[in-house]
Design a protein around this ligand. Structure first.
Ligand code: NAP
Length: 276
């Protein structure tokens, strides 16, 4: 397959490495030039003639910037797979821009952070027509543990934001619980042994336990992206006439983490805000 990967951050670089290992013709591009296999400094050269164009960048303005640069070279026979976490509103806007060129568009937000991407265990949530989903499967299957077709365009972005809202609130509850336990003098070994037999144990607590124990805040999923997802979730909720009070409060806590300079750290690094 002839694949273009736009965005070589934590996830894009892991996917690109796996697709290169599989022997596909992969062209890679990143806004800031990078030492990376098959790197193209020109985004248009990276995209021209590619069957599949995977976009995995930070946020809606980043996706917009990427699309505006590649629209002149997009056309029929190409499929843009937009995997950055954005909202349904942005997804519909971007799909329209791409489809006007004759290219197809699929939204493919995902879950599973760096270790999952490296281990080909990314879970994709797809939004779009079934025929477009079928087109994308050959390129997504080798990156993925599970692919779930959520519904029409926009639905997968809303689901992704709903999932992250839950994870962020769970992580914050875990951080507060652990901080209380530590302040009461309970060693982490005892805390996590108790958690392992408690209904509060979760996939998230299993994944993040080593990071909490070792005070290791190197990013699997960054605080800045989780904060962005919470803001997008709040905007989506407002459009739907909902108010998410607990999540709105958490947005303020994320702003505190950003002000402290932890935006590039893993989102569980926010535990430090409890001792400020
Ligand atoms: P990352 O490591 O922070 O990388 C962000 C990428 O976006 C970089 O390639 C960056 O380029 C690029 N970028 C930022 N602003 C840009 C702009 N204006 N124009 C073009 N490119 C721009 O992010 P990541 O962790 O790989 O995540 C990528 C996306 O996947 C995000 O939407 C995130 O929410 C989502 N996601 C991530 C995870 C995870 O666990 N990491 C899980 C699920 C979903 P530069 O190098 O030039 O800055």
């Amino acid at each position: 397959m002839n694949i273009s990967i736009l965005g070589l951050g934590i996830i894009g670089s892991a996917w690109a490495e796996n697709l290169i290992t599989d022997g596909h013709r992969v062209r890679c591009w990143n806004r800031s030039p990078k030492e990376f296999p098959n790197f193209h400094a020109s985004i248009r050269e990276a995209v021209e003639g590619a069957q599949f164009i995977i976009v995995v960048v930070a946020d809606p303005p980043a996706v917009q910037s990427v699309l505006e640069q590649i629209l002149p070279v997009l056309g029929s026979g190409q499929l843009v797979i937009q995997s950055s976490t954005i909202s349904a509103k942005w997804t519909l806007r971007f799909a329209d821009m791409v489809q006007k060129t004759g290219a197809a568009f699929l939204e493919a937000p995902f879950t599973g952070s760096k270790p999952a991407a490296e281990a080909r265990q990314t879970v994709f949530y797809l939004g779009g027509d079934p025929e477009v989903v079928a087109l994308a499967r050959p390129v997504l299957d080798p990156l993925s543990g599970t692919i779930q077709h959520i519904g029409p365009l926009g639905s997968a972005s809303s689901l992704k934001l709903a999932m992250n809202l839950n994870l962020a609130n769970m992580a914050q509850a875990l951080a507060e619980s652990l901080t209380l336990s530590r302040a009461a003098g309970i060693p982490d070994d005892i805390y996590f042994a108790a958690l392992s037999r408690n209904a509060g144990r979760s996939g998230l607590s299993d994944l993040k336990e080593p990071k909490f124990r070792q005070h290791d805040y190197s990013p699997q999923f960054s605080l800045k992206h989780m904060g962005k997802d919470l803001r997008l979730a709040i905007e989506t909720a407002m459009d739907l006439g909902l108010s998410l009070d607990q999540t709105a409060r958490l947005v303020a806590t994320y702003s505190k983490g950003t002000a402290a300079g932890w935006q590039e750290d893993d989102f569980v690094g926010l535990i430090r805000a409890l001792s400020i």
